[in-house]
Design a protein around this ligand. Structure first.
Ligand SMILES: Cc1cc2nc3c(=O)[nH]c(=O)nc-3n(C[C@H](O)[C@H](O)[C@H](O)COP(=O)(O)O)c2cc1C
Length: 330
């Protein structure tokens, strides 16, 4: 098997963002079935959780090697030695690359000096990258934000150059500061600036919601990463992939069109549920799908009555029967 390298991927690289609570193995498999060229990141996973062999953590990094490859495992923490142990364990599990979370702004994460707190401590961040790179033969990358509070081009460029010197082989930047959380608009200008100052590929992330916004934002970057816009609309990943990678001059060219009606989207929703049940068992698999089921009928006449029923379904069969009933009425 050829070793994964960020440098060998066709440009632009199109990535599914890591999203804790959403981009689990079932969701990633669904996206790969719709858009096989997309690169998937796991939800962020605790290095200490992997180090101490927490069953829940190890389950969380589980993936389907036949469908999800290349799979990028994202990890978070603050102790370089825990990153080393986690990276070696993940390599053993067969992931294709390791991504270090340096961007999570959530209070719980930052207050324990994880995630975007690393932006305040470039020495520790560089040590973490160096230690991880030494512990694995896999490519190591980082994902971060524009800064903690202020957008400071010099700081950000120096920070990214330092991570590159420490061995990071790819940098993903979400165009917001940590203080912004998810407010305001993602700003790509500083991301373009960083790209001019590093040799490694740079991926831009934030507020990509359509082919138009993706084309507008790509600029000089090597790729784009999309998160929230895929919720309830995984087909956007195929739209983006085809928009950038299809040969429109080929005689076989057919434009990709994603399903729009509930009826046409239903098979994918059912497939998502099947994958969820396959990966988590019927109880948990169906329970975790309830949020998707309820969201799928947003705006329908009589939606609230069906939503009440959908958020209570317990089996795959029950959910499919109810969805088909809704489909007949829609
Ligand atoms: C529910 C949720 C969970 C997230 N979990 C992670 C995570 O585990 N790791 C990470 O690096 N970013 C995480 N993010 C941030 C996304 O990867 C992405 O950077 C952010 O949503 C901006 O991209 P978007 O505008 O395309 O959604 C999360 C975002 C959301 C909304």
């Amino acid at each position: 098997m050829n070793k994964f390298s960020w440098n060998n991927l066709p440009r632009p690289i199109i990535c599914l963002a890591p999203m804790a609570g959403y981009t689990d193995s079932a969701y990633r498999q669904l996206v790969k079935e719709i858009a096989p060229g997309v690169i998937c990141f796991t939800e962020f996973t605790s290095t200490d959780g992997i180090k101490y062999g927490s069953k829940r953590t190890l389950k969380q990094v589980g993936f389907n090697p036949d469908i999800e490859r290349p799979i990028i495992a994202q990890i978070f923490g603050k102790k370089p030695e825990s990153f080393a142990i986690a990276a070696a364990a993940l390599e053993e599990m067969g992931v294709d690359a390791i991504d270090i979370n340096m961007g999570c702004p959530a209070k719980k994460i930052v207050s324990s000096d994880h995630g975007s707190a690393l932006l305040k401590n470039p020495d520790l961040a560089a040590k973490i990258v160096e230690t991880t790179v030494k512990a694995t033969s896999l490519p190591v990358s980082i994902k971060t934000r524009l800064g903690t509070k202020d957008k400071d081009a010099k700081f950000l460029i120096d920070y990214c150059k330092r991570m590159e010197s420490a061995g990071a082989q790819l940098i993903t930047l979400h165009g917001r500061t940590a203080a912004q959380m998810y407010t305001g608009e993602a700003d790509f200008e500083l991301i373009y600036e960083v790209k001019k100052h590093v040799k490694v590929p740079v991926i831009g992330n934030g507020d990509i919601t359509s082919i138009e916004s993706a084309k507008e934002k790509l600029g000089n970057l090597d790729g784009l990463m999309v998160g929230r816009a895929t919720m309830g609309n995984p087909w956007i990943m195929a739209e983006l992939w085809h928009a950038f990678h299809d040969d429109t001059t080929s005689p076989d060219y057919k434009p990709y069109t994603s399903p729009k009606s509930f009826h046409d989207r239903l098979p994918t929703l059912i497939r998502h549920m099947e994958l969820s049940v396959e990966t988590k068992g019927e109880n948990r698999g169906v329970m975790e799908m309830r949020k998707y089921l309820a969201a799928s009928i947003k705006g329908f006449p009589g939606a609230s009555e069906y939503r009440q029923k959908l958020v209570r379904v317990e089996t795959l069969k029950e959910a499919v029967t109810l969805l088909k009933e809704i489909d007949k009425l829609s």
